[in-house]
Write a protein that binds this ligand. Structure first.
Ligand code: ADP
Ligand code: MG
Length: 732
């Protein structure tokens, strides 16, 4: 009760943004947003199960299940003016209703003859004998359908029309006589049933408070919540036909004022939460003092074996500025594969170490951790830093020693895996945590690292590029650093597209590379529904290839393997004991195998562009440059070809991500979850980009007001709600 009342107070003072998850305490006769779907009329326990399986648990979820299509069923015609094939609504009375005998088994025809003041028309329903109980002589009915010519008699008839009985003047017209919504079927619950349920739900909805502050709603002329829901599900139909057509188009593109309102609200909520979380972070003080001077600058030069790119310099500067602030850093470092993130992280580590604090560099797998350790020790040869590696395989005496040195502050930089999160691991004074390939770590794991230290600065590195413009729109320019430039002299991977018919050419390329003593990958897409089939296909392919190249060793890597098994295979490949690697799974991100120069990707059309780009980033890490062959299924649509053309044309991961986003939308943007772009339900990052800008600005202003009004409880609620929804994306 405490929460509810305090939210209410806060609500009164500062607009009406309340936490929608706060359950309503007072039961009333009508439906509330949090009424369980089971209690909504026409749902009942059986349908409720189906709906719940689809994530629809409360009335609100049902109302958020938006139609994807609409039909104009407003036009009434008299029976004498019906035209063949034209969808029409008629209002009529039943003259005759009967099931007709048919000669075929399992096939029934229920037949009506209906009339209005101008004439009569036969109506047939197939395989719905129960309609006998629905229609009687003199039943008044609304029918919707396209009349067809009866193949026997030559007159017009209606086949399986949508219908609704009129039981009195006050009868609500759900399925006809209006712009009618179409929903995607949910299990056995048909679109028509959903329509009926939603209609009843909207009619009984009571006391819905609009969470969007009224001032903002007014400013953009957005409809109020319940009005918006009505306009989305059962829109008012304009009188003119052309206007109705335009409205339907707008609704289907989700650009109606009502749709935009939901998109805006979602962005606003997201941005508000983001502002709050940042604010909280800003209030924290890490109690560390980081300075940079001549000495630190010299050290950084000592570490660098090459001239940094402009992008690397800019990003390092952004990071160092953050390190010097009192609030803990929480920064996402994005850079395409091979853009040189490691050295930047290492320079940041050097700044921290020079100031007397420790750094942890965490990788998702043992093999990546070992690779980092090797790289890092190479870079740090000229400086006296004490570096150690801690993974699951480091055991016994060695482990004990590392742990005690770490706690005593005798290790400056520790490279490791999840092993760093385990309980016995204690830092002397952890100043910076660098997390490579963010998506492999959950938030919980990250927060466990945070607990081990006094608000360490965190830098999360990811190679999945979010389109630059998008990252900036979502986050503002605060917490994202982007390396958008490759080191000079890099030979780009050449990409070619081949149809299955020309697979022999791909084999030839494989033969060439293998015989020249180089290594290659063959990648299979993994489709979750048919994992077994794909697995089989990949194993068979591995066997075929082994026969084809008997002088070389072929390995197999797939998603069903355990992490140590995968690591073992990767290790063998890395050490050159395997020459050809067939993989169903995304090849371990970030692994460097300089000898691998060729990648053949089967069924390339099934991958997202960003994913293809990630994959081909695995080759050409040595001095030779690489070749990527995209094998496309026979007779694939031109669209698939055009899409893949982009891969041939450019090596710029950001450009590719942008295209991916355009073509597939952020929902399917492969690696969305991994890349740190939140997933929105109503809003579309490309379509609604302008709204996102507005929401970001508004959220900042609104939060300032909440703070002035001291609405602490509300702010806390908003923050925890935000964390629940967007936790995958919370880099802090
Ligand atoms: P990623 O961003 O994919 O982690 P890495 O940090 O592994 O990339 O760098 C890829 C390769 O490029 C490494 O071999 C690294 O030594 C090299 N490299 C990084 N920065 C530069 C630079 N400025 N000039 C030349 N080579 C560089
Ligand atoms: Mg890397």
């Amino acid at each position: 009760m405490g929460v509810v009342s305090s939210v209410k107070t806060a609500t009164r003072s500062s607009g009406v943004l309340r936490n929608p998850r706060t359950p309503t305490m007072i039961a009333t006769m009508g439906y509330q947003l949090d009424t369980p779907v089971q209690y909504v009329k026409r749902v009942g326990p059986r349908r409720a199960k189906v709906l719940e399986a689809a994530g629809i648990r409360r009335a609100e979820d049902l109302l958020h299940y938006f139609p994807f299509r609409y039909e104009d069923r407003t036009r009434f015609r008299t029976i004498d003016s019906l035209r063949t094939g034209e969808e029409t609504v008629i209002e009529a009375t039943v003259l005759i209703a009967q099931n007709r005998a048919t000669t075929r088994r399992n096939f029934t025809i229920f037949e009506l003859l209906v009339r209005d003041a101008t004439g009569a028309i036969p109506v047939k329903f197939f395989n719905q004998p129960y309609l006998e109980k629905v229609f009687r002589r003199d039943t008044r009915v609304i029918l919707f359908g396209a009349p067809q010519v009866d193949s026997y008699g030559g007159g017009l008839e209606l086949l399986n029309p949508e219908f609704e009985l009129i039981e009195g003047e006050s009868e609500l017209r759900v399925h006809t006589g209006r712009i009618v919504p179409f929903y995607r079927k949910i299990g056995a619950v048909t679109p028509r049933i959903i329509r009926g349920i939603v209609f009843g739900l909207l009619a009984g909805l009571e006391g819905v408070a609009d969470p969007l502050p009224e001032k903002l709603r007014r400013a953009y002329d957005f409809p109020e919540l319940s009005a918006a829901l009505r306009q989305i599900h059962f829109p008012d139909a304009p009188a003119a036909e052309r206007e109705r057509r335009e409205l339907i188009q707008q609704l289907e593109e989700r650009k109606s004022p009502a749709h935009r309102r939901f998109a805006y609200e979602e962005f606003f909520r997201f941005q508000l939460g983001l502002h709050i979380v940042r604010q909280e972070r800003g209030e924290k003080s890490k109690g560390r003092k980081i300075v940079t001077g001549e000495r630190v600058r010299n050290r950084l030069k000592q570490i660098l074996p090459f001239h940094p790119t402009e992008a690397q310099k800019r990003v390092l500067k952004e990071i160092v500025e953050d390190l010097k602030k009192t609030r803990p850093m929480s920064r996402l470092l994005q850079g395409d594969v091979g853009s040189g993130k490691t050295i930047v992280a290492l320079q940041a580590a050097a700044v921290v170490i020079e100031n007397g604090y420790q750094t942890a560099l965490m990788a998702p797998t043992e093999i990546l951790a070992e690779q980092h350790y090797a790289t890092v020790t190479r870079y740090l040869q000229a400086v006296p830093y004490r570096v150690a590696l801690l993974t699951g395989s480091v055991r016994g005496k060695e482990r004990k020693e590392i742990l005690s040195r770490l706690q005593a502050g005798e290790i400056d930089l520790i490279v490791g895996t999840h092993a760093l999160l385990e309980n016995p691991v204690k830092f002397h004074d952890l100043g910076l945590a660098v997390i490579d390939e963010q998506h492999r770590f959950g938030v919980l794991q990250r927060s466990r690292l945070m607990e081990k230290a006094n608000e360490p600065d965190t830098l999360v590195m990811t190679a999945t590029p979010i389109p630059r413009s998008l990252a900036l729109t979502v986050y503002g320019d605060l917490d994202v650093s982007i390396i958008d430039e490759l080191p000079p002299g890099r030979k780009p991977v050449r990409t070619v597209i081949k149809s299955e018919r020309n697979r022999a050419e791909a084999y030839e390329a494989l033969r060439r590379e293998l015989e020249a003593g180089r290594q290659a990958y063959v990648v299979y897409p993994l489709i979750e529904e048919s994992e077994k089939v794909d697995l089989r296909a990949a194993s068979e392919m591995a066997a075929v290839l082994q026969r084809e190249f008997p002088a070389h060793r072929v390995g197999l890597l797939h998603g069903r393997m355990s992490a140590p098994e995968k690591d073992a295979v990767m290790q063998e490949f890395k050490q050159g004991r395997l020459h050809l690697l067939v993989a169903t799974t995304v090849i371990e991100v970030g692994i460097d195998v300089p000898g691998a120069t060729l990648m053949v990707i089967e069924h390339a059309e099934r991958f997202g562009l960003s994913q293809l780009h990630q994959l081909r980033g695995r080759i050409g890490r040595g001095s030779q440059g690489g070749l990527c062959i995209l094998v496309v299924e026979r007779a694939r649509s031109r669209e698939a070809y055009e899409r893949l053309e982009i891969m041939r044309r450019t090596n710029d991961g950001f450009e590719i991500a942008e295209k991916d986003l355009e073509i597939r939308g952020p929902g399917q943007f492969v690696g969305t979850r991994q890349s740190g772009v939140p997933e929105f339900v109503f809003a579309h990052l490309v379509r609604d980009r302008k709204l996102l800008d507005l929401a970001r600005r508004d959220a900042g202003v609104y939060l300032q007001r909440l703070i002035q009004e001291d609405a602490v409880r509300l702010i806390d609620d908003l923050a925890s709600d935000w964390r629940r929804r967007y936790r995958l994306f919370d880099v802090g």
